[in-house]
Design a binder for this molecule. Sequence first.
Ligand code: GDP
Ligand code: IMO
Ligand code: MG
Length: 422
Amino acid sequence: MVDVILGLQWGDEGKGKIVDYFAPKYDIIARFQGGPNAGHTLYVGDKKIVLHQIPSGIFHQNTTNIIGNGVVLDPVTLKRECDTVAAFGIDVKKNLFISQRTNLIVPTHRALDTASEISKGESKIGSTLKGIGPSYMDKTGRNALRVGDITDKSFITQYIKLRLKHQRLLDNFHFTEDISVWEEEFFEAVEFLRTLNIVNGEYFINDKISSGQKVLAEGAQGSMLDVDFGTFPFVTSSNTISAGVCTGLGIAPQKINKVFGVTKAYCTRVGSGPFPTELYDETGEELRKIGNEFGATTGRPRRCGWIDLVALKYTCMLNGVTNVVMTKADVLDSFKALNVCTEYLINGNKSGQVPFQLTHAEIKPEYQTFEGWDCDSTCLKTGDNLPDAMQRYISFINQYIGAPVSHVSNGPQREQIIKILN
Ligand code: GDP
Ligand code: IMO
Ligand code: MG
């Protein structure tokens, strides 16, 4: 059976920590979409690690990690990351596998990402500039190079053909950048990639499932950044929702069992685009400061606001969430009052639904206010002694979104998690 962990908001919900926490219960951890735009933070002892390409189960010696076909892979980032984890004694040649069908990010994808953002001016997406959009465009445009191609004799010829195509696009953008250093790094990293376990991912994972192994699929970004259902066009270029697990790994829908949706106890977003509950005042500043809300990939300050239950209910519906994991509850420890968005006022009309165009509509969030727990929650270990105010906050959220909060994370460390339901 396959369980899933994915983000229910606009990314950075704490998926990395939660995958690392659950990993010992699984045989395989599989990334199914996204690329180095992801920044998943986890702690090994007191050492902080941010993973961009490698699944967050890599620090568990008995866990097999696989990068699925739905991912876009930058070999340069992968090589760098493999060096980081090797310093912890992890043998990636033993427990990291990569699908042949995974699409490659080439240096000109990064250049195209920058050129496209510059051309958009004020309405830029706020991309991480890792080449994600152009790389997925080459997948759907049927031009991409894939990991399996690197062993082919014609790889260099195919690469040059693709670079030429990209060069024409870059010329249209009047964009020039010397990519020779990137190219050098790229080919070095491709050499390294050749030494890793490149497999037929769909057979690999289905064989493991048939032999009774347990798979945990790890999402990147968040459901509100999904290319179909997110705040388009301010989204990423992949399907971040649970449906993406099937296409991103090659497994059938009936194999999916539990879907763990991760949400912060409040809300953040990095990059451009609508964010109805964003706070522009000192409360927003406080959330950013206490929550240390700065992007794990780009270092940009994250926009902060209250939890948005309209959006959360929507993403629980899209994903078929069976369990909600609420992270960063401790960040709210010192807040006297907490707001929870229960409705949108859209052009004067109340609605409990995410509209087609969150981008253009005039949206005012309607809040219900809760008393804060106003105490240090970071040392809590069990669900029996949660502060009353925290219990009220959680049970309101449970009822509203129709999915149970089964775990509350109360600090960045591995052991800072409270199981409240099975
Ligand atoms: P991801 O992209 O979803 O994996 O999340 P990020 O790693 O980008 O951002 C989450 C940040 O919050 C990281 O710095 C984590 O170390 C941190 N974090 C995760 N869970 C908790 C928590 O429960 N409390 C606190 N204070 N920090 C947390
Ligand atoms: P994790 O996995 C938060 C945002 C970018 C931008 C938009 C498009 O760490 O949760 P892209 O680089 O995909 O073209 O950017 O999506 N974005 C993320 N925001 N967390 C992420 O990943 C993100 N990956 C992309 O800021 O607004
Ligand atoms: Mg992140």
